[in-house]
Design a protein around this ligand. Structure first.
Ligand SMILES: Nc1ncnc2c1ncn2[C@@H]1O[C@H](COP(=O)(O)OP(=O)(O)OP(=O)(O)O)[C@@H](O)[C@H]1O
Ligand SMILES: [Mg+2]
Length: 256
């Protein structure tokens, strides 16, 4: 079976900063894969490349067999309808209510009536266990609630793929567990393909089928949770034990 998403020999540099240096990764339909790597290793850049927000200097990225790097703007807009994104730090619009935040991608891509929007917003808020907060403003919400509203917005369009950029960073243990559970539920209930980028190893183990380790601009290891846990490879052990190799300490297994 052809992978749903393929990164093929992707290179990206910003000036002298060579961030990705031959990244290869295949992601299959319905799986939940976590890309783990230190701060500044290029995780968010990889997601932006997949959405066509950034273009690589070299290499290709395929979604459903089509090369994202050569798509024109109209094709990119069409493709992005199939993606939900939980941005790093939630990125809610402060001046919009919760309802309008969740309705935003729907208004952008579709032509729903206000009643339909109400129904979808209510339904998505129920999915993230925050019923009845439509009229609240982002400034009235806790960090954990903001993440969940961000998640409700990410799934508003019933996407095929969800990109989670640091979904649990900065959250307390209770909210971290809540987000982990939601990621799992969405995968199980809706068969959504999930790509999670994080440096939270504990969450990575809980929510993913496979882990991909990003280091020095490449995926240096990819395997199932079991393969990672049983690996004797010193680099993989280093990741698990919290040494990312690029100056970033991460939470070790079991820690937060
Ligand atoms: N638009 C840009 N212009 C210049 N440099 C950029 C740009 N976007 C990213 N970078 C650089 O690319 C590198 C990788 O950034 P990226 O945001 O992907 O890191 P990350 O792995 O997501 O880190 P974190 O865990 O801190 O979010 C960083 O050195 C960053 O400064
Ligand atoms: Mg990032």
């Amino acid at each position: 079976m052809k992978p749903l998403i393929q990164f093929e020999n992707v290179h990206v540099a910003f000036g002298k900063n060579k961030v990705l240096r031959g990244l290869n990764l295949d992601i299959v339909d319905g799986e939940s894969i976590t890309i783990i790597g230190g701060s500044g290793s290029g995780k968010s850049v990889a997601l932006k490349l997949l959405l066509g927000v950034l273009t690589p200097d070299q290499g290709h990225i395929y979604f459903q067999g089509r090369d994202v790097t050569t798509m024109i703007e109209k094709e990119l807009i069409e493709m992005r309808k199939k993606f939900g994104v939980l941005f790093q730090g939630s990125a809610l619009f402060d001046s919009l209510t919760v309802r309008e935040n969740i309705a935003y991608p729907l208004r952008e891509h579709f032509h729903h009536s206000e009643q339909e929007l109400d129904r979808i917003v209510t339904n998505k808020l129920a999915l993230v266990s925050l019923p009845g907060i439509e009229k609240m403003m982002p400034s009235d919400l806790s960090g954990g609630m903001k993440k969940r509203v961000g998640l409700a917005r990410a799934i508003a369009t019933d996407p095929k793929v969800i990109l989670y950029d640091e979904p649990t960073t900065g959250l307390d243990p209770t909210n971290t567990q809540r987000i982990n559970r939601l990621i799992l539920q969405l995968k199980q209930k809706l068969k959504i393909t999930s790509i999670i980028v994080t440096h939270d190893m504990d969450s990575a183990f809980k929510v993913s089928d496979r882990l991909a380790l990003l280091k020095d601009g490449k995926i240096c290891f990819v395997g199932t949770i079991e393969e990672v846990q049983h690996s004797k490879d010193s680099m993989v052990r280093g990741f698990i034990e919290g040494k990312m190799g690029d100056g970033e300490a991460i939470a070790s297994v079991g820690g937060i």
